[in-house]
Design a protein around this ligand. Structure first.
Ligand SMILES: Cc1ncc(C[n+]2csc(CCOP(=O)(O)OP(=O)(O)O)c2C)c(N)n1
Ligand code: SF4
Length: 350
């Protein structure tokens, strides 16, 4: 990376190939809970887009509703952004991508936003292979509405009020692979180097990237009996009043080698068994990706890494045979060709 000239008394700031410093990729100050995995993901997006030298003015961010869906406000403040209705981000992002295919589309959603109310839109987005990075910030709960189970919660997991989830989890990566996404990966919010690497690969990919990032909710994914649980800390805190309560937790950070397994203790004392794909794993075949996912699930492990990539798959923009110029900037004379042309088309269908 180059350096901008130092002003007297200040060290020179590093800049990327566009001459932008990392700060140019930041957004507003986060309002999410301290220690929330979503905050770590925003930081990694900032790192990856800065390091890849992505032009922030060419990025459009989309989201639905949820704590996760708030996070596009906390990165890439110079980019375009649209906060859609709950579960409806894919339709809005698809419209924007078709209107201007020169934009880099980034969608951020939650497991609630995607795997329940948004599932219908999600499946059609995946089968279209629209050029877009679709991030699910996956915490197994509806954080914003105070922690109900989502459809990705593991069977047997327990809410802080003791309720046990009796339903099997939906594996969003397996679904995306089946449906036709051309780049599918899973990561953990606290694994800085792996997540940044996957995001950088995602930036280079043309087609739908589905990135399921396990992102602990430090406020509602806890249970009775833990000294870090909501109830325990609340009992030991006197000045709460009616303001609600959000405990402060440190970010969880992990770093471990490809091909190995690492147990991570979450803020509530529960444990997550992360397992990283080996370096010699080839993500070229769907069947292999589905097999390693199923095997890891059977062992109770969360398998991370790039599971499947097919760079040869036609993307939706090519399939739609769009003109090179963005539709949004075409002059009226080209988007409304006139009565004679319309007549000619009608004749062809007679
Ligand atoms: C149509 C509609 N239904 C329900 C809600 C209530 N609601 C808001 S956010 C949310 C779920 C958020 O969960 P998730 O997407 O997992 O995000 P998190 O907050 O966990 O990051 C729900 C059900 C809503 N805002 N709109
Ligand atoms: S409630 Fe959970 S998901 Fe929402 S900001 Fe707090 S820790 Fe994050």
């Amino acid at each position: 990376m180059a350096q901008t000239p130092a002003t007297p008394g200040r060290p020179a700031a590093k800049v990327n190939r566009l001459g932008l410093a990392r700060d140019a990729y930041r957004g507003g100050k986060t309002t999410l809970c301290a220690g929330c995995g979503h905050n770590a993901i925003s930081e990694r997006i900032i790192d990856a887009f800065y390091e890849m030298g992505v032009d922030p003015y060419r990025v459009a961010k989309f989201s639905g509703i949820g704590c996760s869906s708030k996070s596009p406000a906390y990165f890439l403040g110079l980019s375009h952004g649209f906060n859609a209705v709950h579960g409806r981000m894919p339709a809005v992002a698809t419209g924007a991508a078709l209107a201007n295919h020169q934009l880099m589309i980034v969608g951020v959603s939650g497991d609630g936003d995607t795997a329940s109310i948004g599932m219908g839109q999600f499946v059609h987005l995946m089968r279209r292979n629209l050029p877009m990075i679709y991030i699910i910030e996956d915490n197994g709960v509806y954080g914003l509405t105070k922690g109900q189970f989502s459809a990705t919660a593991d069977k047997g997991s327990r809410l802080k009020n003791g309720v046990v989830n009796e339903l099997p989890a939906i594996d969003m990566c397996a679904m995306a692979i089946e449906l036709g996404a051309s780049f599918v990966a899973r990561a953990f919010s606290g694994d800085k180097s792996q997540l940044t690497t996957i995001l950088k690969a995602a930036v280079s990919h043309r087609g739908t990237v589905l990135l399921d990032i396990i992102s602990p909710c430090v406020t509602f994914n806890d249970h009775e009996g833990s000294t870090k649980s909501y109830d325990y800390v609340k009992e030991h805190e006197e000045k709460l009043g009616d303001l609600g309560f959000v405990p402060y937790f440190e970010d969880i950070v992990v770093d471990y080698a490809p091909g190995t397994t690492r147990e991570v203790t979450l803020h509530d004392g529960s444990r997550l068994l992360l397992s990283k794909l080996p370096e010699d794993y080839s993500p070229a075949r769907k069947a292999d990706a589905l097999r390693v996912l199923a095997k890891a699930r059977a062992r109770g492990e969360v398998l991370t890494g790039i599971l499947f990539v097919d760079p040869t798959l036609d993307d939706f923009i090519s399939l739609m045979n769009l003109v090179d110029e963005p539709l949004a900037t075409l002059p009226e004379s080209r988007v409304r060709p006139g009565r004679e042309v319309l007549q000619q088309i009608m004749e062809e269908y007679k």
